[in-house]
Design a protein around this ligand. Structure first.
Ligand SMILES: [Zn+2]
Length: 286
């Protein structure tokens, strides 16, 4: 049974001969499993060069992609959740928040910023799924409302990029109240005739889909995004029937009238610029 034993002791592989590469240089496409060079992937707007799969990215990447020279000012970036319900699951909510903040370097699951898209001033709110599943708590509601105030004061259009599992369980009813709060605020934007585009990315579900993500003057999506309220498994179990092919995927959602168009991320910036220019009513000076 000698083949269970090393024939020589102390066999070590030198670092330069190892097959694995340092972190951050390569990424694997979750769809086609091809290994992609991080630098090229970034240049390609985080869209797989092999299969066009849109990899999940966060607010920082979207701001870099959309804003000219990647320059922007953050709105209400310092807001942090409280713990009004003193919620405990596998850990205390304040501990979970603190750990997540440390891990992600973010203060909450959404960031709001103002900057230029091809020279056109725009307010963009973008969610981070890495922060408790992009969940909607009081901070998300407040940040979006302050972003809308900023739009109203300056007559700038609004883009919200959703990537979320929905309401934040740890804030219970307070989390659900954000749906009404943001929806009401969006009415003011509509009254001021300022356009709002909602971009739904993979995944957009729960209370966010059930409120502001579907209230855009245009609701648009990235290819292949999962969009729905409840997940497919829950629906299947509830209705006791098999679901049609492509159910809750962007194409399916568009065919059924919930999306205006689907846009490849590489064309997102230009498409947004053109659309906002078309929708924006020039402010008439009194
Ligand atoms: Zn791929």
């Amino acid at each position: 049974m000698s083949w269970f034993k090393r024939s020589k002791e102390n066999i070590n592989t030198r670092t330069e001969e190892k097959n694995n590469t340092p972190d951050g240089l390569w990424e694997k496409c979750p769809n086609c499993k091809k290994t992609l060079q991080s630098k090229q992937l970034r240049k390609n707007a985080y869209v797989c060069m092999n299969c066009e799969h849109h990899l999940r990215i966060g607010s920082e990447e979207y701001f870099e992609l959309l804003f000219d020279e990647a320059e922007y000012d953050e709105i209400a970036g310092n807001l942090i959740s409280g713990d009004p319900l003193e919620f405990v699951d596998t850990k205390r909510y304040p501990d979970r928040l603190r750990d997540t903040m440390k891990k992600t370097g973010l203060n909450d699951a959404i960031r709001a910023a103002v900057g230029n898209i091809n020279g056109f001033s725009t307010v963009v709110c973008a969610m981070d799924f890495s922060f408790i599943g992009g969940s909607m708590g009081s901070v998300m509601g407040e940040k979006i409302c302050r972003a809308i105030d900023y739009c109203l004061e300056n007559h700038y259009p609004l883009l919200i990029i959703s990537r979320t599992g929905g309401a934040r369980m740890m804030e219970g009813a307070l989390s659900l109240m954000q749906m009404a709060k943001i929806s009401a605020k969006l009415t003011l934007l509509a009254k001021a005739r300022i356009p709002y585009i909602s971009l739904l990315t993979d995944p957009t579900t729960g209370g966010v889909t059930a409120s502001f993500a579907m209230l855009g003057d245009l609701n648009i999506s990235e290819p292949g995004a999962l969009i729905g309220f409840a997940g497919p498994r829950v629906i299947k179990e509830t209705i006791g029937r098999d679901l049609p092919e492509g159910f809750q995927q962007a194409d399916f959602v568009q065919e059924h009238g919930f999306l205006d168009f689907i846009v490849n991320r590489k064309e997102l910036k230009d498409r947004l610029y053109k659309t906002f220019r078309l929708l924006m009513v020039t402010k008439v000076e009194a």
